[in-house]
Write a protein that binds this ligand. Structure first.
Ligand code: NAP
Length: 507
């Protein structure tokens, strides 16, 4: 949360991007029960553009009572939404998809304004995020049950999938559109309703998506958006986890907050779907195509300026190809990582999201350098561009006693380690409580299968730096989460299996 005295030093809210281009779909109110509303207290908080620290606008700083009103609205809407046909839900989701596709440029401008990512990446996020609405519009019509042969004569066993009810959707700032659509598309397809609490840094994308949902004909109360500053998030989180009308908590964010929410959800034995932090290894074996691996290292590391849960966090490179790989990687960084505001043509690396994140990345690199690590490129903040910019960096000679060795960096810093054997690299890669994404580069087919089996991660990409899409099941193991998003399994998070036994119905 930015304190009020700092806010007063910032520019007055302006509804304009640089160059006086108006942000379409910019909403300054939250969305509850089909109404665009302020907080009960009338409090607001500023949404800051991290590229220039200017205030984009202010939105309601809601509290527990507002969250309760949103849950009540979603609960009331559930009574009718659950009884709509799969075909109707599919149709509405498809219309929402069409609206988002039509408004790709407007949505992308809002993402860039509040998250700082380059416009091309923001557009990519809309295409990716929208693919979940398209996917779940189709999936809605295939949430089938089962009729099972019974062990008793003249009886029938039937299993059907029932929607869970109200889902609390709590999302992070790094993919402010996609992290919403991959949950809300699935839960709406299943027949659930929701209350969305977006991150303090990026509420505007959530409000814009809700506006398009409204225009697409999503009935009132099916989607509600409660905006709040970081200060009020715990009180709102308590309502969203503990209110008896909530059936499921669907959270994407840090493992630390995930554990708090999981604890609160356990009081009411609520269903949880948790997409948490990662610590992805990026492993390069000697048989790999090194130029290809370096190209994909750029995607796995520098997408969203390193602020991705599946971002490569530990580069584990075989000693025989270490020098060749780091040189190829360095060359690409020098040419391809162009810092600046996301609205500027040619920029590929925007700012970090906020001051805390900028301080964290700076602190991790400074600690490593002070203990003997080497920066092959980068290694310091780029204050000449803005307060939250950090140079794209490669670090070598990193040791376990350095803080950066084990942490999820969430910034544009690639830490490169050497290994000698397959057994050794599997042990290093698995030596973490995180288990989300992982990457392996090898041309040895047997090794590719062995790595797929041996890596303790929910997702393993062989010879590729990008693995997210609507079709596969996205999710982690260990402390990276519970449940899967996307794929046919995505809707299962939001349904219960009901078993009905039919007996004594024949004469
Ligand atoms: P975060 O601090 O955990 O925040 C995520 C969301 O939780 C935000 O909306 C935040 O609101 C809210 N929140 C924080 N404390 C809360 C509480 N006590 N009750 C209710 N809500 C609360 O995470 P972040 O810094 O935004 O995102 C980065 C993390 O997310 C990284 O660890 C990353 O790996 C992970 N992530 C995981 C995935 C995945 O699919 N596995 C995808 C993207 C990101 P405020 O912003 O208002 O604090």
């Amino acid at each position: 949360m930015i304190s009020s005295c700092v806010v007063s030093l910032l520019n007055k809210p302006s509804l304009f991007l640089k160059g006086s281009r108006r942000l379409h779909l910019l909403n300054k109110n939250a969305y509850i029960n089909g109404q665009w509303v302020s907080a009960g207290s009338k409090a607001v908080f500023p949404v800051i553009n991290p590229a220039d620290d200017k205030v984009i606008t202010e939105v309601p700083d809601m509290e527990a009572a507002d969250a309760k009103a949103a849950v009540d609205a979603a609960s009331s809407a559930f009574k009718t939404w659950k009884d709509t046909t799969a075909k109707e839900r599919s149709y509405i989701l498809r219309k929402w998809y069409d609206m988002c596709a039509k408004n790709t440029d407007h949505l992308a401008q809002i993402i860039t304004a509040e998250s700082g990512k380059p416009l091309a990446e923001s557009k990519g996020e809309i295409v990716y995020g929208n693919s979940f609405l398209e996917w779940f519009a189709d999936t809605a019509r295939h949430i089938n049950g089962e009729v099972i042969p019974s062990p008793w004569p003249n009886k029938t066993i039937m299993l059907t999938r029932q929607p869970l009810g109200v889902v609390s959707v709590i999302t992070p700032w790094n993919f402010p559109f996609a992290m919403i659509t991959r949950k809300v598309g699935a839960l709406m397809a299943a027949g659930c309703t929701c209350v969305i609490k977006p991150a303090e840094d990026t509420p505007l994308t959530a409000l814009a998506a809700a506006k398009l949902a409204e225009e697409a004909g999503v009935p009132k109360g099916v989607i509600n958006v409660v905006t709040s500053s970081r200060k009020n998030a715990p009180a709102i989180g308590k309502v969203l986890c503990e209110d008896p009308n909530v059936g499921c908590i669907s959270f994407t964010g840090s493992t630390h907050v995930g554990k708090i929410l999981y604890g609160m959800a356990s009081k009411g034995i609520k269903r949880v779907s948790l997409e948490l932090g990662g610590n992805a290894p990026f492993i390069v074996f000697p048989s790999a195509d090194i130029e290809h691996a370096a190209e994909h290292a750029m995607l796995a590391k520098f997408r969203n300026n390193g602020q991705a849960c599946v971002g490569a966090n530990r580069f584990l490179i075989h000693k025989d190809v270490f020098d060749t790989f780091v040189q190829a990687f360095k060359k690409r960084i020098a040419k391809g990582c162009i810092m600046g505001p996301g609205t500027k043509e040619g920029v590929t690396c925007g700012p970090l999201i906020n001051t805390e994140q900028a301080k964290k990345v700076t602190g991790l690199v400074d600690d490593a350098l002070s203990k003997g690590a080497k920066a092959l490129i980068g290694g310091k903040p780029a204050v000449e561009i803005g307060s939250k910019f950090y140079e794209s960096t490669i670090l070598t000679d990193v040791k376990p006693e350095m803080k950066i060795y084990a942490e999820e960096i969430f910034g544009p810093v690639a830490v490169c380690h050497k290994f000698e054997t397959e057994q050794e690299v599997v042990a290093i890669a698995n030596g973490t409580r995180s288990g989300l994404g992982s990457y392996v580069f090898t041309k040895d087919l047997g090794q590719a299968f062995r790595m797929s089996r041996q890596l303790d991660f929910g997702m393993v990409a062989i010879n590729d730096g990008i693995l997210s899409a609507a079709e596969p099941a996205f999710g982690g193991i260990k402390e990276s989460g519970i449940g899967r998003e996307g794929s046919k399994h995505g809707v299962e998070e939001y349904t219960d299996i009901k078993y009905t036994l039919f007996s004594a119905l024949d004469k």
